[in-house]
Design a protein. Structure first.
Lengths: 996, 99
């Protein structure tokens, strides 16, 4: 192929030059060029190496259907692989690389795969690497040996290691009418709908609106098609009820007419403009959708049809007319229909010699015949291309007489540097299929067409199988009116379209059988023989065929290969194509960047919840730790302290003196109403109706299936008013749980639940000297043992602010939780700190909090993991026998009573080294061959109270193993060693300390 | 998918939380019939067609809705406040008030 830039024409801006590199070599192009058109203009024909056989590949198409010309774009050291060069717009400084070749695109050692290709057919992996047979050269172990080499040799581009620093955005949009595609049909639909006053969004995947009008040779209403299109685009752009989205692929069609689209905002620029994201993800909710997505031309399947220089006929026309690139000097065409003759005319006009038009049909229409004559082409009917000639690019084609089934011996050579092929057209019905439409096979067009429109979408143009421009415009106008709710017949005249007009109906020929590789799916290197092999091996359903051969599963999702693949399967089975079926298209229509899907859900844009004392913590050296959306102090590290040193110091201060911790993140739910006590009796496993006013009680709730859901204290503030606290993580879940039961199950209960988590600030003051701290700052109430006994509640004031104090303990020390209005959180906190100074009050974080609770054997989310029962956690004492509660029947199921269940135990590593959460407990230790796990570690700390490392674990029949030895096994982190299984009550099991 | 909340109007499904099969009947709270409880907690009909579901407008008014959704088309034919849709419990409440 000797492609060049034509001196005139094309919708590129020749006044400006853009410099870019491909595989390190500098090239120049113009604004309006794609990477493919710019390289073709520079005479480049070899774009990449194929997936499996490393065959040289060029450009097949000019758009999103491109299977071959995949490149990697490198921007600021960030690599984005597998982009079709046909969809990449060039910009100054663009760096592109070819893929799947080593050491270079011209000399690729992987091409030796072609020699072994008879062993690399469909199902190669399954046959070679699956199953137990280990020798000779088979089975899973052999796979493990070969994997490294295969992964290097097969595949596409490689992703980089640099993080993507681009910014992505999300947008929601609503419209009356969404028009997808902006060819003559789409433009007409958008205009008609907008003229009706509807809010219209028109999206096109390309940079330029106009679709086929940009490369058509036709005139519409007297003007060249492209001018007709840009006039309408200009009108639409001035209308306030129209939004135009270029470079936007509508890739998903979901329920309730919700569509997903990706706008490539700044990929075509050297640098994004100020504030511009790279991509913008659109969620569009449309009243009606007009699908004017056009059609994809199909290649023919014949030996060597993947050689660079073989291109779709429409692509050749598009490169000439839209990009001003002549794809060859001496062009041959191979077709089964009349549309390719239009491409021949276009290339002739652009300056190419049309060597021959090879048509599989014995007789062709007069239209085709005169077109062939007009471009001085030899018209060879009843012939087919048998094979291509050339090593890295096309030199010529060998053709043979063809009777509709097979070729005969009479052979001749046609010299050409480019072969344009056309195997008919497949309407782009992807979005309709996603919306649930079942495609209908059309025998005339040899294509799947969309079913009649629904109340959600209406189609227009080539999407409907309408290839005549005037009719497409009519369909567009009607579609736009229908979609905007106008049912009256249209009065305006139809447009007058002049140009090459033909019947698009192809002969039912998809494949020319021969020796050698004839590709169906270029990107995944699936050949016609692979399809037949799949059939031989029993994979006859379309869905099986697809998965066995990976046909249509590459990044192009089989836009060019689906129908040919199905046709070959149909012929092999001996059934008509519609009986073989069509696979359903799934989103996305075109690749979507993960960054756009994740936009604004991470990093700085993730919402965060801060406690009222947050700034104080930061000011006082706290290292913050994300807990869900909350941020909590992990440690208040002193200079030079390790995390362990810090939490040990903080925990020791609590046990020996007094500490203070922010507990504002605990879930808090106000439970109010005459039936509040009754409700809590049903929700909690233990009794709350007997709880006196101004007392709190530790409670546990189960799920309906009898497993533990959450725990916490609930305070009775009045006869009909309770304050429930939940764990930080489960606050939302518990709230929903309560609401569900009140709303759905017990609507007769007069109870109101309100989330008050954010209304209260809370601080826990813990340690033997905590009472002294409170005595120093609390007024309006006594806090001595008589006034404020264990689990008692008093109301008073600290530094002029009303507070509620409950004497309860998570640490096992004498401790109080002080609650006040959130606005006064820091004020009260600082007053407590001030009052505690003489006692050496130490703020402590989550690590120390965890240490104190592990020493006490108290459970948290690590143990209440949704798989443990009250019995497993030794919390049976909370299970009331006097009343039913949620889960009370289900928790008694046999399996949940079994003694070999995972039960909470304490673990002491005998080598006194740390153990990680998630490490396994095993009975026997074999480092090379891990033995069965009998449980896992849930939490670990260095215990200052015990002077050694301790851990909590859930271990099979744990209770009966107390006092016995086992081992920790953590192969990933290489931690093995002996442990002793003990009671989870490491410290002060009698609880004498909390009564102070 | 759009769900029409009787209180807030039509809203995107992302504002709602699925709260389970609307066909299941919870045994009497005091029941110890493990079979009945097991059926309530685990047994589900897998309907291809109109299905009764409970949804909560968790990102809005937090009302629980009784929704009839076609599992094949995702078409929602009705969405009403859950209590109105549960006549047995409403009747129970009435009789209780009378007593």
């Amino acid at each position: 192929m000797t492609s060049t830039r034509i001196s005139m024409g094309g919708r590129i801006d020749r006044s400006r030059v853009i410099n870019f590199t491909f595989d390190g070599k500098r090239f120049a192009g113009h604004p309006g060029d794609t990477l493919a058109s710019a390289l073709l203009a520079n005479g480049v024909s070899l774009f990449g190496r194929s997936f499996k056989y490393h065959r040289p590949r060029g450009v097949l198409s000019a758009g999103v259907d491109e299977p071959n010309a995949l490149v990697t774009i490198v921007r600021d050291a960030v690599r984005e692989p597998n982009l079709p060069a046909t969809t990449v717009e060039i910009y100054d400084g663009l760096i592109a690389e070819s893929q799947n070749r080593y050491p270079s695109l011209q000399f690729d050692v992987g091409a030796v795969n072609q020699l072994a290709s008879r062993f690399l057919g469909a199902g190669f992996y399954y046959k070679t690497f699956m199953g137990p047979k280990i020798w000779p050269l088979k089975g899973t172990r052999f796979w493990m040996f070969c994997e490294h080499f295969i992964r290097r040799a097969a595949g596409l581009g490689t992703a980089g290691l640099e993080p993507d620093r681009s910014r992505y955005e999300r947008m929601n949009a609503f419209c009356d009418v969404l028009v997808v595609g902006s060819g003559p049909a789409g433009l007409s639909a958008a205009k008609a709908a907008a003229d009706q006053g509807a809010n219209v969004i028109m999206a096109d995947i390309d940079a330029r609106f106009g679709g086929s009008a940009n490369w058509s040779e036709e005139t519409i209403d007297g003007a060249p098609a492209s001018e007709w299109a840009s006039a309408i685009v200009q009108q639409l752009a001035t209308m306030p009820n129209v939004r135009l989205l270029s470079r936007t692929s509508v890739w998903g069609y979901y329920d309730s007419n919700t569509l997903a689209a990706l706008e490539r905002v700044s990929d075509h620029k050297t640098r994004p403009s100020f504030g511009e994201p790279r991509h913008r993800h659109w969620t569009i909710r449309a009243g009606h959708v007009v699908l004017a997505t056009g059609a994809f031309e199909r290649p023919m399947v014949f030996t060597g049809n993947d050689l660079p220089g073989v291109m779709l006929a429409s692509a050749g026309q598009r490169y000439a007319n839209e990009f001003g690139v002549l794809i060859g000097r001496r062009v041959a065409l191979f077709t089964n229909n009349d549309t390719a003759y239009g491409a021949a005319l276009a290339l002739k006009r652009a300056g190419a010699t049309i060597a021959a038009i090879i048509d599989v049909r014995k007789t062709v229409s007069d239209t085709a015949r005169s077109a062939a004559a007009e471009c001085y082409a030899e018209l060879i009917t009843g012939y087919a291309v048998q094979t291509t000639e050339g090593s890295k690019q096309l030199d010529g084609v060998r053709i043979q007489q063809f009777d509709g089934q097979r070729t005969t011996e009479r052979e001749r050579l046609v010299e050409a540097d480019c072969l344009l092929v056309s195997g008919g057209w497949s309407p782009a019905i992807h979005l309709a299929s996603q919306a649930g439409a079942h495609p209908i096979w059309n025998e005339d067009l040899q294509a799947f067409l969309p079913p009649p429109p629904t109340d959600k979408w209406v189609g227009a143009g080539a999407f409907n199988g309408t290839f005549d421009t005037a009719t497409a415009i009519d369909e567009g106008l009607s579609a736009g009116r229908t979609a905007s709710g106008n049912t009256k017949p249209r009065k305006t005249k139809s447009s007058v379209v002049e140009g090459y007009k033909c019947q698009p109906n192809p002969a039912p020929v998809f494949e020319i059988k021969g020796k050698g590789k004839a590709f169906v799916d270029f990107q995944h290197d699936v050949t016609a023989d692979d399809v037949r092999l799949a059939h031989t091996e029993g994979f006859t359903s379309v869905e099986h065929l697809k998965r066995y051969t990976t046909l249509g599963m590459a990044t192009d999702q089989g836009k060019t290969s689906n129908v040919p693949g199905m046709a070959i399967m149909a012929e092999t089975i001996g059934k008509p194509i519609p009986e073989v079926g069509s696979t359903r298209f799934r989103p996305p229509f075109a690749p979507v960047s993960v960054g756009a899907l994740a936009a604004e859900r991470f990093g700085d844009l993730k919402p965060e919840r801060l406690t009222p004392m947050h700034d104080w913590h930061i000011d006082h050296g706290a290292t913050m730790y994300g807990a869900g959306l909350w941020y909590r102090p992990m440690i208040y590290g002193l200079k030079g302290e390790t995390v362990e040193q810090a939490y040990v110091r903080e925990a020791r201060a609590v046990r020996s003196g007094v500490g203070i911790v922010d507990v504002s993140t605990l879930g808090k739910i106000a439970v109010q109403g005459p039936d509040a006590a009754e409700f809590l009796d049903r929700v909690y496993t233990n009794m709350f109706s007997t709880l006196p006013v101004n007392k709190a009680r530790y409670g546990m709730m189960l799920r309906e299936d009898g497993f533990v859901m959450d725990d916490g204290t609930t305070w009775r503030l009045g006869e009909t008013e309770f304050l429930m606290t939940t764990t930080t993580a489960n606050a939302g879940k518990v709230m929903q749980h309560l609401e569900y039961f009140l709303d759905v199950v017990w609507p007769d209960l007069k109870v109101h639940v309100t989330s008050v988590t954010d209304q209260w600030a809370g601080a826990a003051v813990a340690g033997p000297r905590s009472r002294a701290v409170l005595e120093a700052c609390v007024s309006g109430t006594a806090v001595d043992n008589a006034a404020l006994p264990f689990m008692g509640i008093v109301h008073g004031e600290i530094a002029g602010v009303k507070v509620m104090i409950c004497r309860l303990s998570f640490s096992g020390e004498l401790a109080y939780e002080v609650y006040c209005g959130a606005n006064s959180g820091t004020h009260v906190w600082e007053a407590l700190i001030e009052a505690g100074k003489p006692h050496g009050i130490t703020p402590y974080g989550l690590e120390a909090l965890g240490t104190l609770r592990i020493e006490k054997g108290h459970v948290t989310g690590a143990e209440i993991d949704g798989r443990t029962t009250a019995h497993d956690l030794h919390l049976d004492w909370l299970l009331s026998k006097k009343k039913p509660f949620i889960g009370s029947a289900m928790m008694n199921r046999e399996g949940l009573q079994a003694e070999d269940r995972l039960q909470l135990v304490g673990i002491i590593p005998l080598d006194n080294l740390p153990i990680n959460g998630g490490a396994h407990i095993v009975e026997e230790l074999h480092e090379s061959h891990p033995s069965d796990s009998i449980g896992h570690v849930t939490a670990m700390c260095y215990s200052p109270a015990l002077g050694k490392y301790i851990a909590l674990a859930l271990v099979k029949a744990g209770k009966s193993r107390r006092g016995s030895r086992a081992f920790v096994s953590d192969p990933l982190r290489k931690r093995f060693g002996p442990v002793e299984i003990v009671s989870h009550h490491f410290f002060d099991p009698e609880g004498s300390r909390l009564h102070g | 998918m759009l769900i029409s909340c009787p209180h807030c109007g039509p809203r995107d499904v992302s504002e709602f939380t699925y709260q389970g099969d609307g066909n299941r009947v919870r045994p009497d709270h005091a029941s110890t019939d493990i079979g009945a409880w097991n059926a309530y907690v685990y047994d589900r009909v897998n309907i291809a067609g109109e299905h009764n579901e409970i949804w909560q407008h968790s990102g809005g008014c937090r009302m629980h809705l009784s929704v009839t959704r076609n599992t094949l088309t995702h078409k929602i034919s009705s969405s009403t406040p859950v209590q109105a849709a549960r006549p047995t419990q409403k009747a129970a409440r009435k009789s209780r008030t009378k007593a």
